[in-house]
Ligand binder design. Structure first.
Ligand SMILES: C[S@@+](CC[C@H](N)C(=O)[O-])C[C@H]1O[C@@H](n2cnc3c(N)ncnc32)[C@H](O)[C@@H]1O
Length: 246
C-alpha cells in the first residue's frame, strides 16, 4: 500500500473513531461524520461494503428506465452501470449528506440524465414512479428504515424491482434462509457499528421479504479492512412489488 493510500485509510479510521455525533439534525450529523472523509470514502468502502455490484447486476437495468438510489452518497454505485447510463431515462440520487453529494456532483453533475437531491429517503418522492429503486448500505444508517422502505414501495412502478444490500444480524436461531451467527458475533458487530450510526437489525431482511415479493435473497460474510480474519454478515435482496388482489 502506498503512503498516500495509507494516509487516506488513516483519515477514514480517525473519522470512524470519532463516530457519528448524537446531537443536531440528521443532515448535520451526517455532514460532520462524512465531511472529513468524503474524498477518501470510495477507496475505503470498496473494501468494506460488499455485494453492491451483485445487487445492481441483479436489477437487470435496461434502456429507457428511471432509476432511483436512496442514500446514494458519492454516487459511486453509478460506476457499476456507467456503460448503460446513456440509455437510461433518468437517474435520481437522493442523500441527506451535503459533503458526499458534492463528491457525486463532481463525478456525475454534468450528466444530463443524473439528478442529485439533497433530501430525506423517508419522504422524497420522484415525479413519476421509478422502474428500479435500490438502497446500498443506506437503510442501516436510517433510524426509521421501515419508513424509508414504505416510501420506496410507494415510489416504485407496479412492475418495478427494488434492490437492497446491507449489513445484518442473524435472528436468534438463524434466518429463514438458514444463515446462523454465533452469540458473540450477534452482539459485537451491532455494538461496533453503532458508534458510526450504523444500526444492524435482524428485522430488516424479514421486513423486506414481507413488503415485497422476493426475487433473490442471499446472505454472506464480508471482510473488514484492517481487521484481518473478521467477517461481517451482509445480505443481498431483490424484490418486486406485491400485487394487490382486486
Ligand atoms: C454507508 S453510506 C452508503 C452510500 C452509498 N449508497 C454506497 O453504497 O457507498 C450511507 C448513506 O446513507 C445516507 N443517509 C443516511 N440517512 C439518510 C436519510 N435519512 N436520507 C437519505 N440518505 C441518508 C448517508 O448520508 C450515506 O450517504
Amino acid at each position: 500500500m502506498s503512503v498516500a493510500a495509507w494516509w487516506s485509510d488513516l483519515r477514514v479510521i480517525a473519522s470512524m473513531m470519532r463516530g457519528l455525533p448524537s446531537q443536531g439534525s440528521a443532515s448535520s450529523q451526517l455532514a460532520t461524520f462524512y465531511g472529513p472523509q468524503a474524498a477518501d470514502y470510495d477507496r475505503f468502502r470498496e473494501r468494506l461494503l460488499h455485494g453492491r455490484a451483485e445487487m445492481i447486476a441483479a436489477l437487470d437495468l435496461a434502456a429507457g428506465q428511471h432509476v432511483v438510489e436512496f442514500g446514494a452518497g458519492t454516487g459511486c454505485n453509478v460506476e457499476r452501470f456507467r456503460d448503460q447510463l446513456e440509455g437510461l431515462r433518468q437517474v435520481d440520487l437522493v442523500d441527506l449528506c451535503a459533503p458526499l453529494l458534492e463528491q457525486a456532483q463532481r463525478r456525475l453533475g454534468s450528466h444530463p440524465a443524473v439528478h442529485l437531491h439533497h433530501a430525506d429517503a423517508t419522504t422524497w418522492q420522484p415525479a413519476t414512479p421509478a422502474d428500479r429503486i435500490y438502497f446500498s448500505y443506506a437503510l442501516s444508517m436510517i433510524p426509521p428504515w421501515f419508513a424509508a422502505i414504505d416510501n420506496a414501495e410507494h415510489a416504485l412502478a407496479d412492475d418495478g424491482l427494488i434492490g437492497v444490500v446491507d449489513f445484518q444480524v442473524a435472528p436468534r436461531g438463524g434466518s429463514p434462509g438458514g444463515f446462523r451467527q454465533g452469540r458473540l458475533s450477534r452482539h459485537l458487530w451491532p455494538l461496533w457499528f453503532d458508534h458510526d450510526g450504523v444500526r444492524l437489525s435482524a428485522d430488516l431482511l424479514p421486513y423486506l421479504c414481507h413488503r415485497f415479493e422476493p426475487v433473490r435473497v442471499e446472505e454472506h460474510l464480508g471482510a473488514v479492512p484492517w481487521m484481518a480474519g473478521l467477517r461481517v454478515p451482509y445480505f443481498v435482496f431483490v424484490g418486486r412489488k406485491r400485487r394487490v388482489e382486486p
